[in-house]
Structures are given as C-alpha cells and as structure tokens.
Design a protein around this ligand. Structure first.
Ligand SMILES: C[S@@+](CC[C@H](N)C(=O)[O-])C[C@H]1O[C@@H](n2cnc3c(N)ncnc32)[C@H](O)[C@@H]1O
Length: 241
C-alpha cells in the first residue's frame, strides 16, 4: 500500500525511495523536512573557502538535484580551474540537476549518475555528503568513509551532515518528539503524512549516534574532527585529513 508522505510524494512502509517522480518534488520536500537545510549549505560554502583552490576537485556525494553543488560553484567562482562534481545513484535526480545546469549555464559543474561505491573518485580537496551517508547500509558505511578518506588530498576536508540518534533512550525519545512530531507539524505536515514518512523510512534511513559517526571517521583515519552544526537530531561534522 502506498501512503502520501507530503509534498505529493507517495511511499510504502519501509519503501522510501529517491527514484521516479520524487526528483520533481524533492527540493520542496527536503527544504521543509530538514531543519536548517539552506543554512547548512551556507555553512558548507563558508568552509569551502578554506579548502578549495584553483584546480581543486570538489565532490558532492548524494547530490540529488544539485542545489548544493551549484552553491559551492557560485561561492568559489573566482577560483579558475576548480571543478564541482555531483554524484547520485538516481538517474532522475541527476537528470533534474542537468536540467538546472543547462538553465544556469555553469561549465565547471558536472553530474554523474552512479553509486558512490562504484564511482571512481579523483584526488579531491573538498568532499561533501549532505544527509547522504545515513542512507548507506550500516554494513558498508565504514567502507564508504574509508573510500572518502583515501580520495582526499592531504589537508583536504570531508563535510558530513547526518541525522543522528540520541546517546540514550531518554534523549532519543525527546529528539523524536521534538523533530518527528513538533517540527514537522510546524512545517505544515499532517499526522498521516508524518506517520507515512516515518514508516517509509524504516530500514532505509538508519542514523548513527554522534559517537557512532565520530567512530566511523576515526576508524577511517581522520584525527581532526569537529561539529559545525547541531539542531535537535541533525548534525554537521567537519573532518580534515
Ligand atoms: C537527502 S538526499 C541529499 C540531499 C542533497 N545533498 C542536498 O543538499 O539537497 C540523499 C541523496 O543520496 C542519494 N544516494 C543514496 N545512496 C546513494 C549511493 N549509494 N550512491 C549515490 N547516491 C546515493 C539519494 O539518491 C539522494 O538523492
């Protein structure tokens, strides 16, 4: 059975997907569902000032319709030769990103429709995964962070924003109430849409705790890590190689 999860998106129990028609409604949906969505992009653009130089390669892994990739290119437009590459597994997302690219006319942004695990990554100075790693199966998540670490140049930066779990059951309960119910009701979603979305994400979006994410980064080799944003259960980590 398919349920309406808001913003004209339908998904079944444990069946959330970014494929098909979701790409058409994605920009509206993500900016309403993810707290501080645009502010997080702004922080990442600010961070890029420190790491992106002329001739840098920049990746956005899980770029969806390319919103952040375009913002990064705009922020760094004075740096001739820098290239911005968005990777997403869903061809419909990449098609939408390509359509925007044609409208904006930005030659140094490109998109690849591929699984992050299959995509060959060139040596890069700045790699971003903005609410993407949470959708990677926990069993292979470490292998992805290892791959990102290997692709970064020395001194390069990995920015990872994730939905995170609380450190114990009491905090997790508070976070769920404050985000899943209060925040989403405040964004105009109704109770049925909220429940349908939560049910659709079972087994698809699997958040780690803050400590679980720090452990992933540490095992990959990152020693210099800090949090740049935290709002309820949404956290942005910055890791420098
Ligand atoms: C929450 S969205 C990312 C939002 C986007 N970064 C932004 O700023 O608007 C997660 C994206 O990750 C993509 N994704 C999930 N698993 C992937 C994988 N293994 N390889 C590439 N992309 C993946 C999904 O298709 C989806 O578009």
């Amino acid at each position: 059975m398919k349920d309406v999860t808001g913003d004209s998106i339908v998904a079944s129990n444990a069946g959330w997907t970014f494929s098909g028609e979701v790409a058409q409604h994605f920009d509206d949906h993500v900016s309403k569902s993810v707290p501080l969505y645009a502010a997080g992009h702004e922080l990442i653009c600010g961070l890029s000032d420190f790491f992106v130089g002329r001739d840098s390669v920049v990746y956005e892994l899980g770029c969806s319709t390319g919103t952040l990739s375009f913002r990064l290119a705009e922020r760094n437009k004075g740096k001739d030769g820098a290239r911005f590459i968005g990777v997403d597994i869903e061809p419909e997302m990449v098609a939408r990103a390509e359509q925007k690219r044609a409208e904006l006319g930005v030659p140094n942004v490109s998109f690849v429709a591929d699984d992050i695990f299959q995509a060959e990554l060139e040596p890069a100075d700045f790699i971003v995964a903005y609410y993407t790693v949470q959708f990677v199966r926990p069993a292979v998540r470490q292998a992805l962070i290892d791959k990102i670490y290997a692709a970064l140049n020395w001194g390069g930066c990995f920015v990872m924003f994730e939905k995170v779990r609380g450190p114990d059951a009491r905090f997790q309960d508070m976070l769920t109430q404050m985000y899943t119910y209060d925040y989403k009701l405040g964004q105009g979603y109704n109770a049925e849409e909220i429940v349908s979305k939560a049910r659709s994400l079972k087994g698809v979006l699997e958040p780690f705790s803050t400590q679980g994410n720090l452990d992933l980064l540490s095992r990959a080799g990152f020693q210099d890590v800090t949090t740049i944003m935290k709002y309820i259960c949404f956290e942005g980590f910055v890791a420098i190689k």
